[in-house]
Design a protein around this ligand. Structure first.
Ligand SMILES: [Zn+2]
Length: 183
């Protein structure tokens, strides 16, 4: 019996047969649900009825179905996971936690949803938002990301971008860097 929006979501999830990441069984039950209003997500603790493993699923409230226009002109669906993976890769072995990365992804996703005209953003817009955010978060992650995103092929490309990062002086206001000079 579905008697609230929340029950409805649980029913849908049960119907979708959430797989246990340990034994692959689709038989699990929800033991706890926590909405995180700020991040627009709901975390659900689950227990697998087959192997007893505990795991968490995260449901995200999606406001719009975004499309990304690539430089080639091709359109593809915005892939939040892809965005998260590229940021995570740039932050590898840096002192940036998963939670910080998740928050960064959420803030970029939200900005894109807010600023996208006609539900379409460009890959340049996404790349620029990630670069700006990483510059504030970690300059090394920023350089790594930009080198991939801008397809650096020469050492000189790195030099050019590094020369524009303010000196790593503790407490320096990296936001002061004029964004338009970066590319
Ligand atoms: Zn299991």
């Amino acid at each position: 019996m579905i008697n609230s929006a929340c029950d409805c979501v649980i029913s849908l999830l049960s119907y979708c047969n959430m797989r246990c990441p340990y034994c692959n069984s689709t038989d699990s039950r929800v033991t706890d649900s926590r909405p995180d209003i700020e991040d627009a997500i709901i975390r659900r603790r689950r227990v697998c009825n087959q192997c007893g493993a505990k795991f968490t699923t995260v449901e995200r409230i999606q406001m719009r179905d975004l499309m990304v226009r690539k430089n080639s002109g091709k359109l593809e669906a915005f892939d939040r996971e892809k965005l998260r993976r590229s940021i995570k890769l740039a932050c590898r072995n840096r002192e940036v936690g998963d939670e910080q990365i998740e928050r960064l992804v959420t803030s970029i996703h939200r900005r894109l949803e807010t600023e996208a005209p006609d539900d379409t953003v460009t890959s340049v817009m996404v790349g620029q938002m990630v670069s700006d955010s990483l510059l504030n978060l970690d300059p090394i992650a920023f350089v790594r990301f930009v080198s991939v995103y801008r397809k650096f092929s020469r050492v000189a490309d790195f030099k050019k971008i590094i020369d524009q990062i303010p000196e790593a002086d503790e407490g320096a206001d990296v936001c002061a860097l004029p964004k338009t000079t970066l590319f």
